[in-house]
Design a protein. Structure first.
Length: 370
């Protein structure tokens, strides 16, 4: 440092900081020997705080505004320096500017999967990530606990520690919540608010405040996601009989558009359609309408169908279709008698059960009274 630099450094009369970065939390104003001219101008802009430090001790704190540095607006520093009658010569002090704006889009995420027990899938491993927003809440605490003597403190120097705090709390809360994995997406907002409230006291211990925490995604391992996708696909396909028919129709439409395919293609298409239809018939259970269809000539509903009768507050049965037919013809079961089988949602008058219509029609009316 040359003599002229020293002279000009001692006569610095404007102290200010204009931040051209997006990640600087604290900046220490540099000048030769930390000497400030008596009556110098201090400019503190919006979203800034200025802190004077004298011999390692925090002195005065200035909020946004313009100040002329004299004894009356440096009460703590004047006391520390022992200026009972004021001063006119340059004085020494370190000036730290704190950026109090919100620092957004800070990332957090789990390095390793979080193990937990899901009500539906059992033991699963989850990964979670998102963003959070912080700001300096207490510059003096932040200076003492984190910054120290660092002349330029950026977010990169503390985000790793903050990320670890967040991940630890998220893992604990996910494990305790008991929310099924498939329902977590509906709870992202509530979980984010809960986590931010949970970790706020730990941030305050550093002089910081977490103003927002977002959970953007909670994901399963790739293998589990693939299995879930297959399960979803089956749900979308739905009725395999209809799906097989649709696939065959698509194939026939493609064949019609390619008349040069030859007879072999047609034979292969027919065999494929037959196989698909048979496979669908074997895999799909009979539809409800097949259980409830009217009996044809000489035939009855499947023999496995069992009927129950309610009479005088008691339930009797099960009875097969032949027994029900006998009881109807013997007038033991009337149209208003309450019956039930697995195809009925509730107890139903026998006269409203479709498979009994033909039987009731063949039963003669009661004999006329003499």
């Amino acid at each position: 440092m040359s003599f002229l630099d020293k002279i000009f450094g001692e006569f610095v009369d404007i102290i200010e900081w204009t931040d051209d970065t997006n990640d600087t939390l604290v900046y220490r104003f540099e000048r030769y020997g930390n000497e400030i001219k008596y009556g110098a101008k201090l400019t503190v802009r919006e979203a800034q705080l200025a802190v004077f430090v004298n011999e390692g001790r925090v002195a005065d704190v200035f909020e946004p505004g313009m100040y002329e540095l004299e004894t009356n607006n440096l009460p703590v520093l004047s006391t520390l320096q022992g200026w009972p009658h004021g001063f006119e010569s340059p004085f020494k002090a370190e000036v730290y500017f704190f950026n109090t704006r919100q620092f957004t889009d800070l990332k957090w995420g789990t390095k390793n999967p979080v193990m937990l027990r899901d009500p539906e899938f059992g033991p699963v491993r989850l990964r979670a990530f998102g963003t959070y927003v912080i700001r300096i809440k207490d510059p003096v605490t932040f200076l003492k606990e984190v910054v120290g003597t660092d002349s330029l403190f950026t977010t990169d120097e503390i985000t790793n520690q903050l990320r670890n705090l967040i991940v630890s709390r998220v893992a604990s809360i996910l494990g305790q919540s008991g929310i099924p994995v498939l329902d977590l997406a509906a709870s992202y907002e509530d979980l984010g608010v809960y986590v931010s409230n949970k970790i706020r006291p730990e941030f305050v211990a550093y002089g910081l405040d977490v103003t927002q925490l977002l959970i953007e995604n909670v994901s399963l391992p790739p293998v589990v996601e693939e299995a879930l996708d297959r399960r979803t696909s089956i749900g979308i396909v739905g009725n395999l009989r209809d799906y097989a028919t649709f696939q065959a129709a698509e194939a026939m439409a493609a064949a019609a558009g390619n008349p040069g395919g030859g007879a072999a293609d047609g034979i292969g298409l027919g065999v494929g359609f037959a196989m698909a239809t048979r496979l669908a018939d074997e895999m799909m259970p009979p539809r409800r309408s097949e259980y409830l269809q009217l009996p044809k000539a000489g035939g009855h509903p499947p023999p496995a169908t069992a009927y129950f009768i309610a009479a005088d507050g008691h339930q009797t049965g099960p009875f097969d279709f032949a027994e029900m037919e006998r009881r109807i013809q013997a007038r033991e079961v009337l149209r208003e008698s309450m019956v039930w089988n697995r195809g009925l949602a509730d107890w139903t008058p026998a006269g409203q059960v479709e498979e009994f219509d033909e039987i009731f029609e063949g039963v003669p009316p009661p004999l006329p009274e003499r």
